[in-house]
Design a protein around this ligand. Structure first.
Ligand SMILES: *Cc1c(COP(=O)(O)O)cnc(C)c1O
Length: 413
């Protein structure tokens, strides 16, 4: 497409865009269990209106837009409150989990340097940790040491094996709460002990669990301690645009103290322009992402989050029961909204492909090969329909002798 010579009136473009969207995943119907967190039309309306209210404002300018600066402070303070941030804990909003992880790693690296670390820096993480760590490490020329998970079928990080890979150039070790591929919360308490004993920075990646696990716990789910409650945890990432139900472009990166946080902002005066200090990677920061997060958090409150997260956990329990009844094995013991599962006789990717044909946008895990669901509150009403289509998908795979074709090899994008 070339930039058109003349403009087109908005009503015409609006119609065209709606037509273009017609082929996209119909996530509002509840048949998408990846990419979108569907808390229903009421939350969507709050997101939309709150986003557009500050869409043109710029979080880069706290003096021009004290409203946004205060909303960001409020969001960080609410996040620290539910994640047991101690007195003096602090943080910032970023554009997403990858951004939060990148900034946490940069901060940990600069903190280590300030203590004299000077060789080739490395990070130690479980095999199930998100690839955002590899991306960030790639940007900063940091060596990544991925460590195999425990072999007891728990799909948890192995703290002893991780301890064995730490050295004086390790700037960060990582635990997930939960990891994305299996939905399992790593043994953060044991990782915290290792971190304290060895004097290594522990980051808890709660991108997908940070705004779910605390409320599941309040609802009586036996979620183990995973946040700043554990003294070895120095930083956390928790995404608002996942189970925080905020508009996309919103995450938090949190630090135990200002003494750690102070290694994050970038301040510079050596150019022609005015001196500038930015807390995160972004220069211009979308006001809408901040205002939408602030509004959704205040709209839901603890009561609203508990209600929604109760639905997510109930949906997972119901789907688990249905899967077990059909001979599927659940990987580990998921407690939150992510679940991975496989059938002893059926090729998971082939079943995935058959579900896709029936309108389900879900995902897969590679190690071990399994099907994957990321459940939203909306899915509480979709379990029967999903299991019916799963039966049909399994039947189709059995009938076709089950080998995954190249065309159904799933990828995220
Ligand atoms: C989603 C996710 C990330 C990355 O977040 P983005 O917002 O997609 O950049 C990191 N870690 C975990 C565990 C995640 O689920």
């Amino acid at each position: 497409m070339k930039l058109p010579e003349n403009g087109t009136p908005w009503p015409q473009l609006k119609a065209e865009m709606s037509e273009r969207g017609a082929g996209d995943a119909k996530w509002r119907d509840g048949k998408t269990a990846v990419y979108v967190f569907n808390a229903g039309p009421e939350v969507e309306q709050v997101q939309k209106e709150a986003f557009t209210a500050f869409m043109s404002e710029n979080g880069l300018g706290p003096l021009a837009f004290p409203s946004l600066a205060q909303m960001e402070k409020d969001v960080i303070s609410m996040a620290l409150d539910i994640l047991h941030g101690p007195e003096g804990a602090t943080g910032a909003m970023t554009s997403g989990g990858t951004d939060s992880i990148t900034m946490a790693l940069k901060t940990a690296r600069d903190h280590a340097r300030s203590k004299g670390q000077s060789g080739q820096a490395n990070i130690v993480l479980p095999q199930s940790a998100h690839l955002a760590f590899d991306k960030a490490a790639h940007l900063m020329d940091i060596e990544v040491r991925r460590v195999p998970l425990k072999t007891d079928g728990s799909f948890e990080a192995d703290p002893d094996a991780m301890a064995g890979r730490l050295d004086s150039n390790t700037v960060m070790m990582v635990g997930s709460a939960p990891n994305f591929p299996h939905g399992i919360i790593d043994p953060i308490a044991a990782l915290s002990d290792v971190a304290l004993e060895k004097g290594v920075w522990l980051h808890v990646d709660a991108c997908v669990g940070g705004f779910l696990a605390p409320f599941a716990r309040m609802n009586g789910v036996p979620v183990p301690a995973f946040d700043f409650e554990l003294p070895g945890v120095q930083s956390m990432s928790a995404d608002l645009h996942k189970y925080g139900y905020a508009a996309k472009g919103a995450s938090t990166v949190l630090f135990r103290s200002d003494d750690l946080y102070r290694h994050m902002p970038f301040e510079f005066a050596g150019w022609s322009g005015a001196p500038m200090k930015t807390p995160t990677l972004a220069g211009t920061r979308p006001g809408g992402a901040i205002s939408a997060a602030w509004a959704v958090m205040n709209h839901l409150g603890i009561e609203g989050y508990r209600r929604l997260q109760g639905k997510v956990c109930a949906a997972r329990e119901e789907v688990e029961a249905g899967l077990r009844a059909r001979g599927f094995e659940i990987l580990g013991q998921p407690l939150l909204g992510l679940i991975a599962f496989r059938h002893p006789e059926l090729h998971s990717f082939a079943v995935y492909g058959e579900l896709y044909k029936r309108g389900w946008f879900t995902s897969v895990t590679k190690e071990p090969r399994s099907l994957h669901l990321m459940l939203s509150p909306k899915h509480a009403e979709m379990i029967d329909a999903y299991l019916r289509d799963l039966d049909a998908a399994c039947e189709a795979v059995r009938a076709s002798a089950g080998e995954a074709k190249e065309s159904v090899q799933p990828r995220y994008n």
